[in-house]
Each structure stands twice: as C-alpha cells, then as structure tokens.
Design a protein around this ligand. Structure first.
Ligand code: NDP
Length: 399
C-alpha cells in the first residue's frame, strides 16, 4: 500500500491531483491538503478516484503542522504544489516523518527575489542517510524540458553543445493583464535580471534586454521571446558539463509587457513592505490580490502553448540540430481537467513523476534533479498522460 499526499490547491495542484486520480492502479491512496481546505474539497469533488480522498487544512510554512499531518497519514510520498517558499519546510517535515518528496519549483525566500538550488541540494546527505528521495523540478520547465535534455543526450547526441529552452504561451485569456500561474512568483521571475551560461560562466543581462522573434510550429507562427534566467539551467550545466551555452526564452505579448513596465514604474512590483494607513503591505502581494486568480483563467483562455528544447551538438562526428517540444491546447486542457494549459503542462508531469517514484521506477537516496533519472519511462508515458511530444531534426534556428 502506498499513500501520496498532495499539498497546494491552486491551478497546478488541481491538475496533478485530478491526473493522479485517473490512475488508481498506481496511486493506492491519495490525501489532499492546502492552506484553504475548501479549495481542496472543490477539486476532490471533480476527481474520478474510486476511493475517498481525505482533505486537510495545513500551513505549509510550519514544519510542526506538517509533521503532525504527515505522522497522522504516514504518506510514502509528498508532492509539493504549494509555492517555492514552502520547499524547505516541506522537505524538513518529510525527513522528520519518513516520506519521499517531489516539487516543481526551487526554493525561494519571500524576502529576496532570488532562487537557486543551493539550500535544497544542501539536504542531499540528510535525505540519503534517511533512505529517502527528494526529486526536484518536476513540472514542465523545469521538468519535461529537463527530461527532454536527458533524452537528447541518451539517444540523439554524443555531445550537446548548445541548448535553448523555448517557452511559448500563445494563449489569450481576454484580460488586459493577468498571469498564468501564481502572479507573485511569475512577476518576480520576469522582473529579475536575465542570465545565461556560456563557455563556463554566467552572463547577466538587464530584465528582458535580449529579444528574438521565433517562428513556432503548430500554426502558432512568429512570436517575440525574451531571455530570462530559469532554474533548470543551473542543474543542467552541473549535470551536463559539456553544454557550452544554455539559454532560456519566454514569449510575452506587448500588452503584458506594457502593463508590467507601468506597474514596475509606480512601485507595484516591489517586495519590500511599505506602511499604508497603519498597516505594513507588500506591494506585489497586494497586486496579486487584485489580479485574476490563475485558476480562474481556464474557461476563457484560448490558443496553445508550445514548450521545448532546441539543441545543437554532434552525433557520430556529424553536427546535428534537434528540437523536441510539446503543443498543448488551452481549451482541450480545460475540457479534460478544468484548468488552462500552463497549469496542465505543470501538473501532468508532476503527477507522472509521482507515479514513477511511487512505482519504484525512479528511486535513489538523496536529493536529485529530474534529468538525473532514466528519461525513457517518462518519455514513453507522458504522451498518454496528456502531453505528447514531437521532434524535428531541421528546426527553425534561434537567430
Ligand atoms: P497557486 O498560487 O495557484 O496555488 C498555490 C497553492 O498553494 C494555493 O492553493 C495556496 O493556498 C497554497 N499555499 C500557498 N501557501 C501555502 C501555505 N503556506 N500552506 C499551504 N498551502 C499554501 O500557484 P500555481 O498552482 O500556479 O503554482 C503552484 C506551484 O507550481 C508554484 O510553486 C509554481 O512556482 C510552480 N510552477 C512550476 C512550473 C514549472 O513548469 N515547473 C510552471 C508553473 C508553476 P491558497 O489557496 O490558500 O492561496
């Protein structure tokens, strides 16, 4: 008997929970907890699971509360779909209660707009001594893009030279400004300085300084995309030191960027508390309150996402280009699980990763990134789970 505990009832948590519930042959038993238990109850009501899914309220910032919950339910695996702020507390509680751990985003402190794997990698020896596994970055990017890179190294290249991770959301939700996942995390990511890796060093750019136009497949066509720093680059250069250059690109429409610039100019994206009529408020948290809840965008979002890796390198002495990607339709995702494609493309790989860990197919002791495991079982199943992949050996280049 294995029991999986999911934490976080946002857009991503909804998709992961409902996708896992479609596979009772893998998940014997599921528990769902979040800060607002009514959100768990609403999601569970839509689950096609043949057994009861208990729901619980928990403050995942509190190790004590988490340990009490874990001791009560004794999960084998905890899937963290709350926010990056809770990674370390949930990992601590897993160590205390003897559960494996999965997440989709690396740790970030609420007070500092900076993220890196350091604090989570530092727990490697503790997980190893406890005989437990922590698997980091199991969404789409990081997650599927990391598996795509591992797959390319295993099957397509003898040596990878350059990797461009390209994330296009060509969806339209009809609002002048909204974010497709947690607004606070999204805006912190986009307003940060850009960074990419070349010839052994990291090169920093101003936020959104580097722009390219990329002609996307599946009828999406040309879109503006901008260089951002993204966490999977940190683990990929560590695990594949042969990579000479790695960059991450994300598409943004002009309306999104104009709104973001204005909000930044007037101080609404700040993370330092300001005093307002006797209260301390964090501008970005207040802005989050005003923006549409990403989980509510599903019914009104149309269009597609296209996320993948464009890799160059060498096979049998010959240069080679390779582009592997998924196209996901917002309305199809909504029809199946009641969520837009950004939540869908994150929650489905989290559920499949949980299935591979629960089934003992991916298993080791310590803290790992997803590309450190055999990509084949994941690549074999991810299409049937809802995110089929396509590949081409003559991709459009990133100029
Ligand atoms: P949401 O903000 O929609 O959902 C987060 C959920 O976590 C909410 O239900 C929230 O509770 C809950 N939560 C927040 N704080 C706590 C806490 N202290 N204790 C318990 N529960 C808490 O975010 P998303 O669903 O959009 O994103 C979830 C995660 O997925 C994030 O970490 C995000 O960075 C990551 N992500 C990863 C991607 C990838 O490809 N790797 C892509 C997109 C997202 P409440 O409902 O009360 O607010």
């Amino acid at each position: 008997m294995n029991r999986t505990l999911f934490i976080g009832a946002g857009g991503v948590g909804r998709v992961a929970l409902l996708k896992a519930a479609q596979h009772p042959e893998i998940f014997d038993d599921i528990v769902f907890a979040s800060r607002t238990v009514s959100k768990c109850e609403k999601i569970v009501a839509d689950a096609a699971f043949p057994r009861d899914i208990p729901t619980e309220q928990v403050d995942a910032d509190s190790v004590e509360e988490l340990v009490a919950l874990f001791k009560r339910y004794q999960p084998n695996l905890v899937v963290n779909l709350a926010l990056p702020y809770q990674d370390l507390t949930i990992m601590e509680a897993c160590l205390a209660a003897g559960a494996h751990y999965i997440d989709t985003a690396n740790y970030e402190s609420p007070e500092l707009a900076h993220f890196c794997y350091g604090p989570q990698w530092a727990m490697h020896d503790r997980f190893r001594s406890a005989g437990l596994m922590a698997l980091l970055g199991c969404g789409f990017d990081p997650g599927v893009t990391s598996v795509y890179t591992a797959y390319a190294k295993k099957h397509i290249f003898d040596r990878m030279d350059t990797v461009d991770i390209i994330d296009c959301n060509a969806g339209d939700h009809g609002y002048p400004f909204a974010t497709n996942f947690n607004p606070e995390i999204n805006i912190r990511e986009v307003s940060a300085k850009g960074r990419y890796y070349e010839n052994g060093r990291w090169i920093e750019t101003d936020p959104l300084e580097l722009k390219r136009v990329y002609d996307f497949p599946a009828g999406i066509g040309p879109k503006d995309m901008y260089l951002l720093y993204h966490e999977e680059m940190e683990s990929l250069v560590k695990n594949y030191p042969e990579i000479r250059r790695i960059r991450f690109w994300m598409t943004f429409g002009q309306s999104y960027l104009t709104h973001l610039q204005v909000l930044k100019n007037v101080g609404m994206t700040g993370i330092e508390p300001v005093e307002f009529e006797g209260h301390q408020i964090v501008p970005l948290q207040f802005l989050k309150k005003l923006l549409p809840d990403p989980a509510s965008l599903g019914p009104r979002t149309v269009g597609k996402t296209c996320i993948g890796c464009l890799i160059s390198g060498e096979k049998d002495g010959q240069p080679r280009q390779y582009y592997v990607y998924n196209v996901c339709d917002h309305q199809e995702a909504f029809k199946e699980l009641g969520a837009q494609a950004v939540s869908y493309t994150t929650g489905v790989p989290a559920a499949l990763s949980a299935a591979l860990v629960t089934g003992g197919i991916w298993r080791a002791e310590g803290v790992f990134n997803i590309e450190q495991f055999d990509p084949d079982p994941f690549m074999e199943k991810i299409g049937a789970w809802g995110l089929p992949w396509e590949e081409t050996f003559s991709p459009n280049p990133v100029e």
